[in-house]
Design a protein around this ligand. Structure first.
Ligand code: NAD
Ligand code: MG
Length: 285
């Protein structure tokens, strides 16, 4: 069994959106461990938020399974270049698509650039997200509420809509939800509401596109050690991050990637409309 890091963690506050290279311990995105076996041979994947964290682990796994990868991210150019390096080291092609997905035009631009380069999209992973912790509702500005929905929910709708005409039967869409989708954390109220919307949209949309041969699923991670955490949570929560799970530690991004590989692959041909937990033992029913 792999011996992944356990709390307590060192204090390490970062500004949003966070820089993976400054994290201690460095998140494990499977750089030195993930082994592919051709499960996504010659597929084209567009992954948002793929510069770091879960998205990077998914990009590395997809590339080692044989996919070319388009990486959308906000502005963390160094993290994104590092992900691209791993994709290319796996012998696959990679394009980098920086920009703010709260902007409507950016949502269609990332789809157009992916299709311009690779000709189609087989797998779409909507994984980018914004969150911030708050103790009271009064603390949450109207702008922040709207931005949280713009980045987490409206972008997902817009990217799905733009990508659909470029997806053939056999295509797969995977949306990153959270355990917060049905067990909302009181300090993450706007974020948790978006994660509920993502899970619900996924289930309805899956039925809508089933006859086109496209599958849609969501993944609900528990606490995962990524830049999102150290850039949006107070130090006391960072120090004890993941301790409350039955496994007593946060998951590493590499431990989340395998479910994305399965859902993206043709092996998952009868799997659609569902939500999959990766929670370190915390039950979701
Ligand atoms: P992360 O910070 O590594 O990844 C999120 C990425 O989203 C960032 O790298 C950033 O480039 C991108 N992003 C943020 N705002 C953006 C914007 N306006 N435009 C374009 N891109 C933007 O963190 P992560 O934890 O790997 O997050 C990936 C997904 O996993 C998110 O949907 C998050 O909600 C979800 N998730 C994370 C956890 C956790 O504990 N880390 C738990 C449950 C769900
Ligand atoms: Mg990042």
């Amino acid at each position: 069994m792999t011996d992944y890091p356990k709390p307590p963690f060192a204090s390490q506050q970062q500004a949003v959106p966070g820089d993976q290279s400054k994290m201690e311990p460095y998140p494990d995105c499977g750089e030195n461990s993930y082994k592919g076996s051709g499960r996504l041979a010659n597929k084209i994947a567009l992954i948002t938020g793929a510069d770091s964290g879960i998205g990077r682990a998914v990009a590395i796994a997809f590339a080692r399974e044989g996919a070319d990868v388009a990486i959308s991210y906000l502005d963390e150019h160094e993290d994104a270049k590092e992900t691209a390096r791993w994709v290319e080291e796996a012998g696959r092609q990679c394009i980098l698509l920086p920009g703010d997905l709260a902007q409507k035009e950016q949502c269609s631009a990332i789809v157009n650039e992916t299709v311009g380069k690779f000709g189609r999209i087989d797998v779409l992973v909507n994984n980018a997200a914004f969150q911030m912790t708050h103790k009271t509702l009064e603390e949450i500005s109207d702008e922040e509420w709207v931005r949280t929905f713009d980045v987490n929910v409206h972008a997902m709708f817009r990217i799905c809509k733009a990508a659909l005409p470029h997806m053939k039967p056999g295509g797969s869409i995977i949306n990153t939800s959270s355990v917060n989708s049905d067990m909302p954390n009181a300090t993450l109220v706007p974020y948790a509401a978006t994660k509920g919307a993502i899970a619900n949209f996924t289930a309805g949309f899956a039925q809508m596109v089933a006859e086109r041969g496209i599958r849609v699923n969501s993944v609900a991670p528990g606490p995962i050690w990524t830049p999102l955490i150290v850039s949006t949570m107070p130090d006391d929560q960072v120090k004890e991050f993941g301790k409350q799970t039955p496994l007593g530690r946060p998951g590493q991004p590499v431990e989340v990637a395998p479910i994305y590989v399965l859902l993206a692959s043709d092996e998952a041909s009868y799997i659609s409309g569902s939500r999959y937990g990766v929670t370190g033992g915390k039950p979701i029913l």
